[in-house]
Structure formats: structure tokens, C-alpha cells
Design a protein around this ligand. Structure first.
Ligand SMILES: C[S@@+](CC[C@H](N)C(=O)[O-])C[C@H]1O[C@@H](n2cnc3c(N)ncnc32)[C@H](O)[C@@H]1O
Length: 219
């Protein structure tokens, strides 16, 4: 039996080792959905079955987990369409994607870091929302879900404050459902436990300069 080692549940993204590493640029391609903090990549694997013409990219900061997930994706025969990368989204996003190259970002159940002194470790910051907005194609989307109301409200405030994004429903309104036909692992667990899930869907505005085609955005 192969050697098993324990994969940590959380890492501190502010640790120096996660800050300035070389990253390999993801070349522009077809309609591209990116899950930020993809963990075991359940969402991406299921999405690849639902929407087979798209390309799926997962960004995950736990390197040992990424090694395992990449092996599993390859065993499933999805290596060409599901690309899971070891990355710190907070520092690497702009180096992985160029402006206007991503069709959809998905942030599913980011770590809440409940204690106030830990808030600075949270994934979603104004800078990350700005980077994602800039990497989106016109009409590209940013979907967020969490079962922690305060976190979802903070996420909403960040997105409402981003001039490149518009709430797909109406300003300062949560989105009523997950419209993408699959559920993330954490989403499944929350639903099983009867927890309420708070969702956001934002779209990049159409007229934000010559950033590429709007094709591929289907929702
Ligand atoms: C609570 S899990 C949610 C996993 C999955 N999205 C789901 O809904 O089942 C949050 C994930 O985000 C990852 N993560 C946290 N900070 C990150 C960062 N700065 N860059 C990339 N991934 C990060 C964590 O390692 C963890 O796997």
C-alpha cells in the first residue's frame, strides 16, 4: 500500500512561502471556468460532465492535495480539460491569466477564518475581486457561495464596490439558487446539514474595452 500522509485542512496564505513563487501562465483557450480554492476539485470534475466543451481550471493552495487531485483527474481521463494548479490565488491570479481571458470565476465556500485577527487571511479581498473582474471577458461571471452569512455579506460589499461588476439580480441582492447543475463538496455537506447557503452572481459589464469575445457565457 502506498505511503499516506495527512493533508492539512488549512494553510496560512500570508506565509512567505505562498507569496512569491514562479507560476506557469495558463494560455488563453476556449470558454474557461476557474474555481478558486477548489480543494478536491469535485465541482470541476462534475462541471466537465455537464458542460463538456468548456475548459476547467482549479486553483488550490495546498500543494500536497493538488498532487493527489491531479492524479485522480488523470485517472478519470479528464487531464486535458480539468487543470488543477498549485497557486495562491491572492498573489498569482494576475500572472496565471491575462485580461479578458476567463469566462467564469467560481468561489465555493471559502475558509471563513472566523476570528477577527484571522480575517486578513480570507481569500476574498478587494484586490482579488478586482483581479478576477479584470480577467473576466465582457459578460463573464463571478459566482460565490458560502453558508457563513457575515462572509457572504462581506463578499457582496466587495463585489458591489467593484466598478467592473454588476449584480446579476439587482444591487445588494443575493442570488436565489445555484444555476450550474452541480454542487461543490462543501455545498453538499451544508445542504445535508440543513444550513442556509448565501449566493452571489455578478457579471462583468459589456462595454469595458476590447477584451475579447463574449462567446461562451451561457447563463
Ligand atoms: C473550505 S474549502 C472549500 C473547497 C471547495 N471549494 C468546496 O466548496 O467544497 C476552501 C479551499 O480553499 C483553499 N484556499 C484557501 N486560500 C487559498 C488561496 N489563497 N489560494 C488558493 N486556494 C486557497 C483551501 O486550501 C481549501 O481547499
Amino acid at each position: 500500500m502506498g505511503k499516506r500522509f495527512r493533508i492539512r485542512h488549512h494553510v496560512n496564505p500570508l506565509k512567505l512561502g505562498y507569496q512569491e513563487r514562479p507560476v506557469e501562465r495558463i494560455l488563453p483557450g476556449p470558454a474557461t471556468e476557474v474555481e478558486v480554492g477548489c480543494a478536491e476539485a469535485h465541482w470541476l470534475v462534475e462541471r466537465a460532465a455537464v458542460e463538456p466543451s468548456w475548459r476547467y481550471v482549479g486553483l488550490e493552495i495546498r500543494e500536497d492535495l493538488v498532487v493527489e487531485v491531479r492524479q485522480r483527474v488523470a485517472r478519470l481521463g479528464l487531464g486535458a480539460r480539468v487543470d488543477v494548479r498549485y497557486a495562491n490565488a491572492n498573489t498569482d491570479l494576475d500572472r496565471l491569466f491575462g485580461a479578458g481571458e476567463v469566462t467564469r470565476f467560481v468561489v465555493n465556500f471559502p475558509d471563513p477564518w472566523f476570528k477577527s485577527w484571522q480575517h486578513k487571511r480570507r481569500l476574498l479581498t478587494g484586490a482579488l475581486v478586482r483581479s478576477m473582474a479584470e480577467c473576466l471577458r465582457p459578460l463573464g461571471e463571478l459566482f460565490f457561495q458560502s453558508d457563513v452569512f457575515d462572509l457572504a455579506l462581506d463578499a457582496m460589499a466587495l463585489c458591489e464596490g467593484e466598478p467592473l461588476l454588476t449584480n446579476a439580480r439587482e444591487a445588494w441582492r443575493f442570488f436565489p439558487e445555484n444555476p450550474f447543475g452541480v454542487v461543490s463538496r462543501r455545498e453538499r455537506k451544508s445542504t445535508r446539514q440543513g444550513r442556509r447557503v448565501w449566493r452571489l452572481l455578478y457579471r462583468r459589464d459589456r462595454d469595458q474595452g476590447p477584451l475579447g469575445s463574449t462567446s461562451g457565457t451561457t447563463h
